[in-house]
Design a protein. Sequence first.
Length: 460
Amino acid sequence: MGIAPAFSYDYYESGKIYFEKGSYYKAYRCFKYVLEKDPQNINYRYYYAQSLLKRSAFEDAQSEFEKIIEIAPYSDEALLSSQAISDIQTFLSQKKAYRNKNLEEFKQSSSYLGFSSNNYIDNALNQAGKIVRWNTGSMPLKLYFYPPSGASGYRESYKSQFLAALDDWSSVLKGDVSYNIVNSAKEADISVIFTPQIADFSSNGGKTGFIAGLATPFIEKNLLKGAQIKLSTMKPNNTSFSDNEMYNVAIHELGHCLGIWGHSSETEDVMSSVSHSHHDMQKQSLTERDKNTIKILYKLTPDISNTTIVEDGNFDNSKILGSSQDRMNRKLNEAKDYVKKVPYSYLSWKQLGDAYFNLKNYNEAITNYKKAVELDETQLDSRAALGIAYIQSENYVNAISEFKYLAEKVPSNIAYSYNLALLYHRKNQNYMAEVTLKKLIKNNPDAGSNDKVQNLLKNL
Ligand SMILES: [Zn+2]
């Protein structure tokens, strides 16, 4: 009970503000917090239940509403709660009916079992064989465009090409995925950056490492915190992309961003692994295989999503995707295939390294991460992955040298310096660990309040 009422009250007020703004996860956290401090408060509990409802946690919400009726049966909140319970039940029964109908239609229209040739759901998973997609209960997705200032070659029409591509994907999902455009990167689920050049394609003799688009998910503790799409405005020959070309790149990167993290092996599909390099003038369109794949994806239960409370998909994941070991082995084969098709991109080798890493084959992971680093020194992700693979194979000397390089390159990055300090600590070089962390805090004051950093400092 070590908390002043005013303090709880602030959380309660903040929760209500978040709730009104539609930031239901933040609202949920606030209400959960104040409710823990004061479980008898029916206002707290009512808002908590509402925030669960907004996050599609229908059963949890219902049980909170039931508790309100139990605690204060004659209150207005109890009356509202009983109405809410009956709404939930009506909604759930309608939903169930809709799903069953949907599933039947789907079974008839597509032979989704047995990996027939009309989808590539197998390849859609991320490198670890996981389903990473947005929760349909948390729509609309918030989309943010960084101002394209300084992006030479940028055309005003690129934005509408991008949105046309997104509309094409979302129309396939019939309302399961929707979006709106927001004004800050902070509140965005997906942020879009137009940039003259994503990777340094001059570094390999000019003909090699060109990347037209790049989609990156941000995953923290099994939560999909957001995603970023980078789109090149200039081609290696220094001309800008045509509208059709921009559409083609955007629809491919959006496919990744919506959860198709791998590639199709059929060249006509927009998610084909070679579409990175072939951007002809002709506008591409979603094939039946692309459409089937995304439809199946949004019917499988995600392993990682943007909320912890996720609606169950109505397809049986293991029946469609096989065991997790099977999935990882298939991802390895896909990555090997991709390296053959796109050998000049560091991303191919990084991906192959990741596939080996996930299978705990650290020696092969190291070999491939090294190739990625060689191809493009500016991509620090590959080097960080290499450092982690060295740690896994207990090669601490090499791990230290990688993280030393990274910490020097980006002195404000918490993960780089923290890993370096941890490695020093493991080698009983506590003095070096301390120096590393202090330098980090000097360069990035936020690091001082990081739990991991604080803990390590205490133990030195
Ligand atoms: Zn791709």
